[in-house]
Design a binder for this molecule. Structure first.
Ligand SMILES: [Zn+2]
Length: 1004
């Protein structure tokens, strides 16, 4: 290690030099980034850069010019002006056209098609490097593959070092996943040009020492819609412009929360590309805070499953980047901030969970290419220890400024990365090796998934496979004895709170041996991607007194709980010695029909794909069982399907797709059953926001359940909904209010169209309206009331459940006061109350549910929420006897008081005769709400994440079936269909749909 003067070395830089042994510190920024004086400049392009940059200090010596080339076209060739010019926002296909133009004109760029989006638009990745490197990309990739899977070199460090010394790293940059964050595509076009053309020594060094891989547009569907909106705005300069109500086909901002469940095409395409190219970094570009937040360092708590080496890499890259940008004199660049890396749901975190480095920039953007005066909030422009040169409080900001910041930051960080590429490659190997060594170090040794023949397990396995996790199956049984629990002294209140657990002794708490049969699925931890499997299958704990008081996203996500799949964390190394086979074809695993008859019985084990089967096999005769039965040695729960009159091959194919097994019987079993209907379903969305309901659409599409997609405006205009639909789903809007749902947006100003036109060809495809402003209206509310009263089922959740309550559609249901409860995206335990309801078909006693903020219900026998005295409220007056005795006044006969009721947390308080007399609000018994599921309590209440002050919501109802007229309103206080992560609770929704006409209470 060469001597670097610590006195001259800036503090952050010193720290990294000392801690990592890195050698290539750049102490003279001007010299390090000097351009080649012999290379001519494209003067016109350079002049325009200057013109569109609003202050000289919003640019740097790296991007205040563009080198000229006789052969390679600049972005201006395609854009008609420079990157970041005002008024210019190219469609994805124009961006691709430019990258393909580069590929044609220089051997230093290669473009790859990496897949398509839900709406069929292409995604690309462009590799940029010196032609000599691109020519060796294949063999380099083979070496990186060995480093990435050290089992191939027997974990031999000497061999690894040799491979490192002959390899060059790959740095993957992704742009504009968030569609209103518009700057990245043009910045990346120009960046690719610079990397291919510029002869500055530092750029020559980058392109001869690493491959830069660029996906300029991640959310392609959303980008094209955003460009449409922007064009509409340019054509109507004096009017307000429509908000981007749809980004991708399903979700908006949450496309950057899909890196766990892998439900979106863009997530899968990016991960597959990242792994195919064996990249070391995934660097995602965003826009929000001023002027550049390199959240690589962020804030704690850091994710608990990443390799400790990654923490150091984040610090090195983040602080180095800030230091270089600060040396250029660019204001408002920082890397410490309020983003914690706890959740692995972000796109860039795919790298952190696959032995690479995740990074993310937030630059400043105007949501389009207008140059605007921007007024910052005090906390944005405040000087802090980590923002010594903070953003300016008022600023004229242009898309060119944004492009300058993005490119300067990327170029300087690429330079640093190239110079330290060998170190990063060695880290890449070390992290992969430690992933393989996990069983011998931190553990666990494996996870066993023990939920045979369930579509929930099938979906969990598919998710793990999409994460490139290796799955095995036991060829022989394995008996596991979990280690004894360490006995912790219990706090006094712990015991009394543990209401759901009956009378336990210490012995009961100790784990018992368990035998997993042959065929059980095993996720071994001695594999390169053990980290992501561990992070998904383990549980999470966020301490209520953690210094970080504002978790950036969900605090818990344990997939075993959320998929309702029994998942056992095994720490015994013996499991790795048991005979097992690698599962190569997951689908083949699900193709199981036992027996040989013409009646196919499919058990309902709270399946996610059972309802879809009804629609896939639409011409078959299908019955739903009402009671349990046994046949051919198999047990079937109520709600199981009996399928007849269908071709065997079709059943087999449908079952395989559904991840379900069947038993074929020679004749119909003698069990009470009714014909399985194929209910007519409508999804009702607002024009306020569509993201949260988008996750529901994704689930229904994936599970083959068809629906009509209508808006609140359609419902406002449709008087007889019941003739069209059996079920209307009003999925959560997302932090909306009843007032907004009913009234929509204010009607002043101009109409806000969302329609396909020549100007806006990408709008209006999912749904359309000439004006997004009008809401459901009171007419719409009445149409919903009429729909339910005539036997329809309305399904609501979170804010739409609140809407149903506010509008009087759910008599006897109220939102529980929150008290001091603190929940931030946690997994909580819930307990079934009414197992007789078909909504609970196939479930056992308990279920892990996703709770965003601890919302819960209370139920009452009256339609108004009035407090009724209970035993809990009673305080005995001063008088005779002890605290538990009755007071007895003197000189008159004793009359005992009417006993006060003592309802459980999920029960209504019964009214006494006095309270019920002539009470118009008393709900007739058959219309009183049925509580299906309630929150748990005590020690087992929190499964994963953050829970504080939980007693306010313990035992409170979370799923309630309210009765209105001949129909039902199903209310969820939780979100049962969320981010593709909550498959365990999908069946509550699907069971309700399948039984929409069987939810009425029997009249006594
Ligand atoms: Zn963003």
């Amino acid at each position: 290690m060469p001597v670097i003067s610590r006195l001259r070395c800036p503090l952050a830089f010193c720290a990294l030099v000392v801690s990592t042994g890195l050698v290539q510190a750049q102490t003279n920024i001007d010299a390090a980034f000097a351009r080649d004086p012999k290379q001519p400049v494209d003067q016109s392009y350079t002049d325009h850069i200057k013109q569109y940059t609003t202050q000289p200090y919003f640019n740097s010596p790296l991007t205040d010019y563009l080198p000229a080339s006789d052969t390679v076209p600049t972005p201006a060739k395609l854009l008609g002006d420079v990157s970041g010019a005002p008024g210019i926002l190219p469609y994805a296909e124009d961006v691709y056209a430019y990258f393909r133009l580069l590929e044609k004109s220089t051997p230093r760029v290669k473009v790859f098609s990496i897949g398509h989006t839900e709406e069929g638009r292409e995604m690309i990745a462009a590799a940029v490097a010196d032609e000599s490197l691109l020519a060796k990309m294949q063999e380099n990739g083979e070496r990186l593959a060995k480093l990435g899977d050290p089992r191939t070199i027997n974990l031999d460090d000497a061999k690894a070092k040799k491979l490192v010394s002959t390899s060059f790293p790959v740095y993957y940059i992704t742009g504009t996943i968030h569609s209103p964050e518009t700057g990245a595509p043009t910045a990346l076009m120009e960046l690719a040009y610079r990397l291919a053309v510029d002869d500055s020594p530092y750029i020559q060094y980058i392109r001869t020492h690493m491959i830069v891989l660029i996906t300029p547009v991640v959310e392609v569907d959303g980008r094209d819609r955003m460009v449409d909106i922007y064009k509409w705005h340019l054509a109507h300069p004096k009017e307000q412009w429509p908000r981007l109500v749809y980004w991708g086909h399903y979700v908006a901002h949450d496309n950057n929360r899909d890196a766990m469940a892998m439900t979106l095409d863009l997530t899968r395409n990016v991960l597959d590309t990242y792994l195919k190219f064996h990249a070391q970094v995934l660097h995602d570009l965003h826009e929000s805070v001023p002027f550049l937040y390199d959240n690589t360092v962020g804030d704690g708590p850091y994710n608990a499953w990443v390799d400790p080496l990654l923490n150091g890499e984040w610090a090195m890259l983040g602080w180095n980047n800030v230091q270089q940008m600060t040396a250029f004199g660019m204001p408002g660049v920082f890397t410490h901030g309020d983003f914690d890396t706890w959740s692995p749901g972000y796109l860039m975190f795919l790298a952190a969970m696959h032995n690479g480095i995740s990074r993310l920039y937030e630059t400043f953007g105007n949501g389009g290419a207008d140059t605007e005066k921007r007024i910052l909030d005090p906390d944005e422009y405040a000087r802090t220890w980590y923002k010594p040169n903070p953003p300016l409080p008022v600023v004229m900001w242009s898309q060119r400024n944004n492009n300058n910041y993005e490119q300067t930051a990327l170029l300087s960080t690429l330079s640093f990365f190239a110079q330290n590429g060998q170190q990063f490659l060695l880290n890449y190997y070390t992290k992969a090796k430690r992933s393989v060594e996990k069983p011998q170090t931190s553990g666990p040794t494996a996870y066993v998934l023990d939920e045979p023949a369930s579509s929930r397990q099938a979906e969990l396995l598919r998710t793990l496979a999409l994460q490139h996790v290796e799955i095995s199956r036991l060829s022989a049984p394995f008996t596991y004895t979990p280690p004894a629990k360490r006995v912790k002294p219990e706090k006094d209140d712990d015991k009394s709170n543990d209401k759901d657990k009956t009378e336990k002794t210490d012995n009961d708490d100790q784990p018992k041996p368990e035998t997993f049969p042959a065929g059980s699925c095993v996720i071994r931890m001695d594999q390169p991607y053990s980290r992501i499997a561990d992070a998904l299958l383990d549980r999470q704990y966020w301490a209520p007194d953690d210094p970080q008081k504002h978790p950036y996203d969900d605090t818990g996500w344990s997939f075993g709980d959320l998929f309702h799949v029994k998942t056992v964390r095994v720490t015994d190394p013996a499991i790795l010695k048991v005979k097992m086979e690698a599962v190569s074809d997951l689908n083949a695993e699900f193709d199981k029909v036992a027996g040989s008859g013409s009646v196919y019985a499919v058990n309902n084990a709270s399946e996610v794909s059972l309802l879809g089967l009804r629609y896939v096999l639409k011409d078959a005769t299908i019955s739903v069982t009402d009671k349990v039965f046994d046949a051919n040695g198999h047990h079937f729960e109520p709600g199981s399907l009996l399928i007849q009159n269908v071709d065997a091959a079709r059943v087999k194919a449908a079952l395989e797709k559904a991840g379900l097994s069947a038993v074929s019987l020679r004749a119909m079993p003698s069990v009470a059953a009714h014909p399985a209907e194929a209910p007519r379903i409508a999804f009702m969305h607002t024009w306020l926001a569509t993201q949260t309901e988008g996750w529901w659409r994704e689930a229904f599409d994936r599970m083959n359940v068809p629906y009509d997609y209508i808006s609140t405006q359609t419902v406002a205009a449709t008087p007889d909904l019941r003739t069209k639909y059996d079920v209307i789903i009003f999925a959560p809007v997302g932090r909306s209010t009843t007032q907004l749902i009913v009234n929509g947006m204010p009607m002043w100003g101009n109409p806000l169209p969302w329609q396909k036109t020549d100007l806006t060809p990408n709008l209006g495809r999912i749904d359309s309206t000439p004006d997004m402003r009008p809401g459901l209206t009171y007419a719409g509310v009445e149409h919903l009331r009429d729909f339910v009263s005539k036997g329809g089922l309305l399904i609501t959740s979170e804010d739409t459940a609140q809407f149903a309550i506010d509008m009087g559609l759910a008599p006897g249901v109220f939102v529980a006061p929150k008290g001091n409860v603190k929940v931030v995206g946690s997994v909580l335990n819930a307990v079934f109350v009414d197992k007789a309801s078909p909504i609970a078909n196939g479930f056992d006693k308990e279920l892990g549910v996703y709770s965003a903020d601890g919302m819960a219900f209370t139920v009452a026998n009256t339609s108004v929420n009035r407090h009724i005295e209970t035993q809990k409220d009673f305080k005995r007056p001063t008088g005779r006897g002890g605290p538990g005795d009755d007071d007895i006044p003197e000189d008159r006969p004793y009359v005992a008081a009417e006993p006060l009721p003592s309802p459980k947390g999920w029960e209504p308080t019964p009214l006494n005769e006095e309270e019920a007399r002539n009470n118009v609000y008393l709900i007739p018994e058959q219309y009183r709400p049925d509580v299906i599921l309630r929150f748990g309590s005590g020690k087992g209440f929190l499964l994963s994440g953050l829970l504080d002050g939980g007693s306010a919501i313990e035992e409170k109802p979370v799923v309630v079936d309210a009765h209105l007229g001949d129909g039902n309103v199903l209310l969820f206080a939780t979100n049962p269909v969320y981010r593709g992560e909550t498959l365990g609770s999908y069946a509550l929704v699907f069971n309700a749909i399948q039984n929409f006409d069987r939810l009425a209470k029997p009249v006594k």
